[in-house]
Structures are given as C-alpha cells and as structure tokens.
Design a protein around this ligand. Structure first.
Ligand SMILES: [Zn+2]
Length: 43
C-alpha cells in the first residue's frame, strides 16, 4: 500500500522547539529547530 505524501506528513510527530519545547508550526520547521519566538531572538 502506497501512502500519499499528505498522509506521510500528517503522520509525522509535531516538532518541538529545541529551546523552549513549544510546538513548531509546520510552515516554519523546514529550516529551524526553534519556534518563531526563539528564532526571533538575536544571537
Ligand atoms: Zn521556543
């Protein structure tokens, strides 16, 4: 049985921010392991 890409991504566990542990929006998680809030902090 072949899973569609939509099903595949739906089955992925939600990513969590590496810093504060908040759930990361899927739109945002492709390049970062931090949530928008931590990401916006200045290094
Ligand atoms: Zn965070």
């Amino acid at each position: 049985m072949i899973m569609s890409s939509t099903e595949f991504f739906r089955n992925l566990p939600p990513k969590e921010c590496a810093k504060c542990g908040d759930k990361i929006d899927e739109m945002h998680d492709c390049y970062s392991h931090k949530c928008t809030e931590c990401e916006s902090e200045i290094y």
